[in-house]
Design a binder for this molecule. Structure first.
Ligand SMILES: *Cc1c(COP(=O)(O)O)cnc(C)c1O
Length: 395
C-alpha cells in the first residue's frame, strides 16, 4: 500500500485538538483598539502589544497614506540589490538618535533580527549564554548559529556568573549573553545593569532583545535607557510592531555593528525591504512617542491601577513589573475556562496561556494594558474578572 505523505497534517492537528492546544484565529473587523469588533461582536481587547495605542494614531496613519501615494505600495527587492528608500535612511538616523546609539538598521521583523543576526555574531567555536525564558526567535537564532548554548536560570546573576566561568574554561572564541529585555509571559524585566557588569568581567558580548520594553521602559526609550546603560550594550534588537504600533525589526548599536549586520544578516540580505508606507509610519511613530508623553503616562497609570485591583481580589500576578499582567491560575483547564467565559459571556478578550508556553502549574490568562483604555473600561473588565474568577473558584 502506498503511504499518504501528508497524513500527518490531520493527525497532528487531531492530537493538538485533543490536548486543547489548538489556536483558532479570531478576526477583527476594524482597527486594533480597546473596543473592537472580533468575530462579529464588540469586545474589550486586553491582548495586544500595541501598548501606547499607536496602531490607530491619526498622524501615523496619515504618514503611511502620504508615503504610499508618493512612493507606491512595495519596495521591489531587498535593499542591497535595489536600494533602500531615503525614508528608511531617515528612520534609521532618527531611531539611532532616539536610542542614543551611533547607528540603527530597520530589518524585516524582530524575529528576523534574531534569526538572521545571531548566527552571524556567533558560530561553532562560540558560546551563547541565554536566559531560560528567552523568546523563541532567540532560541531559533542560536540553533541556526551552531554555537554551544548554555542556559542560565531566569534572571539569576549568580547562575549566569557560574555559566560564564565554565564557558571561559572551555576556551570559547566569543561569549555572548542574550536576554529578553521584558519577558512577554510574565512581564518581568532582565536585570540588565547586573548582566552588563558581569559581562564586562568576562569580556562577553551583550545582546538584549527589547521588543516589549520599547515604548514602555525608560520614558519609552527601552530597557537600556531605563538602566542608563547607553553605549554599554553591544547589540540591541527590537520591534516597531509593539509599543510603537507599526511594523518592523530594529538593530541599534555601534556603526561597526550596523555595517556588519547590513552585510551579513541573512534575513536582511535575502528578504524584501519594508513598503515605504510602513517606513513612514515608523518615523511618525517615533515622533509621536517623543512629542506625546500622555500615551506613556496613561499606560502606566492603567497598569498600576489594574494590577493593584486584581491583586486585592486575590489574583496572583507573578513577577509582573510592566503593562503585561499575568493572572496566574495554575490549573490549565481553569485558565482556559476563564478566558472562554470572559470572551463569550463578558466580551473581554484576554489570552489563555498554558503548557507548552509556560509550565503546566503556571497556567494563566495574560492581559496587557493599553493607553487608549479608559477608567470605565478597566472597571468593567475588573468586575467581570472578579465575577468569573469567583464562579470558577479561582479567587
Ligand atoms: C515579539 C517579539 C519578537 C518578534 O518581533 P516581531 O517584530 O513581531 O517579529 C522577538 N523577540 C521578542 C522578545 C518578542 O517579544
Amino acid at each position: 500500500m502506498k503511504r499518504d505523505p501528508v497524513a500527518f497534517l490531520k493527525e497532528d492537528m487531531t492530537e493538538l485538538r485533543g490536548n486543547n492546544l489548538e489556536w483558532v484565529i479570531r478576526y477583527l473587523e476594524g482597527g486594533s483598539k480597546p473596543h473592537c469588533i472580533v468575530n462579529g461582536k464588540e469586545v474589550l481587547m486586553l491582548n495586544t502589544n500595541n501598548y501606547l495605542g499607536l496602531a490607530t494614531h491619526p498622524k501615523i496613519i496619515q504618514a503611511a497614506i502620504d508615503a504610499t501615494k508618493k512612493y507606491g505600495a512595495g519596495a521591489g527587492a531587498v535593499p542591497v540589490i535595489a536600494g533602500s528608500f531615503d525614508l528608511t535612511r531617515e528612520f534609521q538616523e532618527k531611531f539611532a538618535k532616539y536610542k542614543e546609539v551611533e547607528a540603527s538598521l530597520l530589518c524585516q521583523t524582530g524575529f528576523a533580527v534574531n534569526s538572521g543576526l545571531i548566527p552571524m555574531l556567533v558560530g561553532k567555536p562560540d558560546i551563547v549564554v541565554s536566559d531560560e525564558l528567552n523568546h523563541g526567535s532567540i532560541i531559533d537564532g542560536v540553533r541556526l548559529s551552531g554555537a554551544k548554548r548554555v542556559i542560565f536560570k531566569h534572571r539569576d546573576i549568580s547562575d549566569l556568573e557560574k555559566q560564564l566561568k565554565e564557558a571561559e574554561k572551555g576556551g570559547a572564541r566569543r561569549i555572548c549573553i542574550i536576554t529578553d529585555g521584558v519577558f512577554s509571559m510574565d512581564g518581568d524585566m532582565a536585570p540588565l545593569d547586573k548582566i552588563v557588569g558581569v559581562a564586562e568581567d568576562f569580556g562577553a558580548m551583550v545582546f538584549v532583545d527589547d521588543c516589549h520594553g520599547e515604548g514602555i521602559l525608560g520614558e519609552g526609550k527601552g530597557i537600556v535607557a531605563h538602566f542608563n546603560l547607553q553605549g554599554k550594550v553591544h547589540v540591541e534588537g527590537g520591534s516597531m510592531s509593539k509599543g510603537f504600533g507599526v511594523f518592523g525589526g530594529t538593530v541599534a548599536g555601534s556603526k561597526d555593528l550596523i555595517e556588519f549586520c547590513t552585510n551579513k544578516s541573512r534575513t536582511y540580505l535575502l528578504s524584501t525591504a519594508h513598503p515605504p508606507g510602513i517606513v513612514a509610519a515608523n518615523i511618525a511613530s517615533i515622533e509621536v512617542v517623543e512629542n506625546e508623553p500622555q500615551h506613556f503616562k496613561a499606560v502606566w497609570e492603567h497598569t498600576n491601577y489594574f494590577k493593584k485591583e486584581v491583586q486585592s481580589m486575590g489574583y496572583d500576578t507573578g513577577r509582573s513589573e510592566t503593562p503585561i499582567i499575568p493572572l496566574i491560575i495554575g490549573d490549565p483547564g481553569k485558565a482556559q475556562e476563564l478566558a472562554r467565559i470572559l470572551f463569550e459571556e463578558e466580551n473581554i478578550y484576554g489570552t489563555p496561556i498554558v503548557f507548552p508556553m509556560v509550565a503546566r502549574e503556571l497556567s494563566r490568562i495574560r492581559v496587557q494594558m493599553n493607553a487608549l483604555l479608559t477608567k470605565e473600561d478597566l472597571n468593567l473588565a475588573l468586575a467581570s474578572i472578579e465575577k468569573v474568577g469567583k464562579k470558577l473558584d479561582i479567587i
